[in-house]
Design a binder for this molecule. Structure first.
Ligand SMILES: [Zn+2]
Length: 342
């Protein structure tokens, strides 16, 4: 287990570092890797992935094939690299790095696709890799092409270093995690379970590392997935004739209800995971954010503190990694409203 965790940590830090302290961080982690060859490679693969539009409409095949080419040029046999999927556009990459076989394989899953990004909504081209003022811009820079690139480069690096793990390391880079009907993980489980069967699975898309003033401070682990719930709101009233509109009608009542909902603050509820998270991150915070976190830990019903954390902190709703940032769409939970006027 340990080498795997180390691998993940290196993987994150290779990509998460800002340009200025890139070398120092990697030397800090692995002094045998003082050359910048791996850094150049990870940056190049990262750029290549960002510049391939992998939103569901365009599919992941091009990116999967590009990564297959990278692995083949690093000397991995073609028989260990599969580009497969339900249709021509939505293929997945499955790659096996052979170990001694002493233990059952470990599986890493990481998605290749991104949420659609329109040039008109962005201040820069979302599919042109850009580094500016210590930040990377481009669709997928934090979700999750940074980790795709890290996985590929780390496996190439391990091969170069002659490392033989005590278990196979399987990497799958998949289609349609964000949207679309070709969910790669589902498809592989259903159609090629043999290729991905493993002792356990690591998904770098959940959790992740944070740096503070250039120093790694944490490596978060996600214990479950937050999901959305779809509500159907139905409003009825006695209705009437459209030539005689009345204030008391179903549409306005529903609108008023939605406004009440928008103004309502749901109570904060902490579970074992979130309590633990806040307890840990409080020590790294200061000022108002720290005080609000401590308040929430003691009095979860303090909505003012919760609102302040939500407005000012990088922890909610998304975790932000210093040195690596992108403009990401906020996903709004699906809410269906049916307006029934009788
Ligand atoms: Zn993701």
């Amino acid at each position: 287990m340990k080498p795997v965790i180390f691998l993940v940590a290196v993987a994150f830090l290779l990509v998460l570092g800002d340009a200025k302290s890139f070398d120092r961080r990697c030397v800090l982690l692995d002094s045998s890797d003082a050359s910048s060859e791996n850094h150049k490679l990870v940056r190049d693969i990262f750029r290549e992935l960002i510049e391939i539009n992998t939103s569901s409409k365009f599919g992941s095949t091009k990116a999967a094939e590009a990564m297959a080419v990278r692995l083949k040029s690093a000397g991995f046999p073609a028989s260990d690299i599969q580009v497969i999927g339900p249709d021509a556009l939505h293929k997945n990459l499955v790659f096996r790095f052979h170990g001694t076989g002493k233990l059952k394989p470990v599986l890493f899953i990481c998605h290749l696709d991104v949420v659609e990004a329109l040039r008109t909504d962005w201040s820069v081209d979302p599919f042109t890799f850009l580094e500016k003022d210590g930040y990377f811009y481009g669709r997928g820079t934090t979700d999750v092409k940074n980790d795709d690139a890290s996985l590929v480069v780390n496996l190439i690096r391990l091969k170069k270093e002659g490392y033989i793990p005590n278990r196979d390391i399987i990497i799958t880079l998949t289609a349609d995690e964000e949207a679309g009907n070709a969910n790669g993980v589902n498809w592989l489980i259903t159609n090629h379970r043999d290729l991905i069967d493993a002792d356990f699975c690591i998904n770098p898309d959940g959790g992740g590392g944070d740096l503070k003033n250039g120093k790694p401070v944490d490596l978060g682990i996600q214990t479950s997935e937050k999901i959305y719930y779809t509500y159907t709101l139905e409003v009825k009233n006695k209705g009437g004739h459209s030539s005689l509109p009345v204030k008391e009608n179903a549409i306005y009542r529903l609108a008023a209800g939605l406004t009440r909902l928008a103004n309502y603050d749901f109570p904060v509820r902490l579970n074992e995971t979130t309590r633990n998270l806040f307890e840990k991150i409080a020590s790294g915070e200061s000022g108002q954010v720290k005080s609000d976190i401590l308040t929430i830990l003691k009095i979860p019903s303090d909505t003012a503190a919760a609102r302040r954390i939500q407005a000012s902190s990088a922890y909610i709703p998304v975790s932000s990694h210093p040195g690596l940032e992108s403009i990401q769409a906020i996903t709004i939970p699906k809410t269906t409203a049916i307006i029934t006027a009788i």
